[in-house]
Ligand binder design. Structure first.
Ligand SMILES: O=C(O)CCC(=O)C(=O)O
Length: 197
């Protein structure tokens, strides 16, 4: 059974810990490891080029620009197309882009950030499927005066959907967890309204 975590100022987050059955999640993880072209890319952070501490792959009808890099349009593989359709049926959002993050172990991470690129529009819905090792998800208000936030584990086969004003008022991330040795892959589905200008 999933639950909605109510947040301040019109933001919301849904968490379905066992969205996929274990067998389906295992099969998807195996397919993604094989089908996707994984790479470690450099991004611009505080004006400096650094390697992202994780591998990425993606698929999308339009290019996606974030953190000073552009991901060119790339076809959805069969496994990505199938899971995108399932996420669309649940959320009602016609996602046209997916960014896959591969955390090789607990040393890989993604810092606190918002998915607030202009191409996503004002209040985007962003859905994340988690596969493999369990990692901690952290959501914090941007302003110290705003209440709320969340911190919970993302299990194999779970789904998180952020919506409303979440990207305007909150930042989220997956911090380093040095005790974690398992690999994790996340699929973050977005709907781009236009190509980057
Ligand atoms: O791996 C995750 O669960 C989060 C990924 C994320 O925040 C992103 O791709 O923007």
């Amino acid at each position: 059974m999933g639950c909605r975590i109510p947040l301040a100022a019109g933001a919301w987050l849904d968490h379905e810990p066992s969205w996929l059955e274990a067998r389906e999640a295992d099969e998807l993880l195996r397919a993604l490891r094989e089908e996707l072209s994984w790479e470690q890319r450099a991004i611009v952070l505080f004006g400096r080029e650094v390697l992202q501490p994780r591998l990425i792959a993606w698929a999308g009808d339009l290019g996606y620009r974030y953190s000073g890099q552009t991901l060119e349009p790339r076809a959805f593989t069969p496994a990505l197309a199938e899971i995108r359709e399932r996420v669309r049926l649940l959320t009602g959002t016609p996602f046209n882009h997916v960014l896959a993050n591969r955390y090789r172990d607990g040393r890989d991470a993604i810092g606190l950030h918002a998915d607030d690129e202009p191409e996503l529009g004002r209040d985007p819905v962003v859905a994340t499927v988690s596969l493999g090792g369990t990692r901690r998800f952290v959501l914090k208000p941007r302003r110290k005066t705003m209440p709320g936030g969340a911190r919970f584990d993302l299990a194999h086969g779970s789904l998180v959907v952020m919506g409303g004003t979440c990207q305007r008022h909150f930042v989220h991330g997956v911090p380093r967890q040095l005790d974690v040795t398992d690999e994790r892959i996340s699929l973050t589905f977005r709907r781009l309204l236009r190509a980057p200008g």
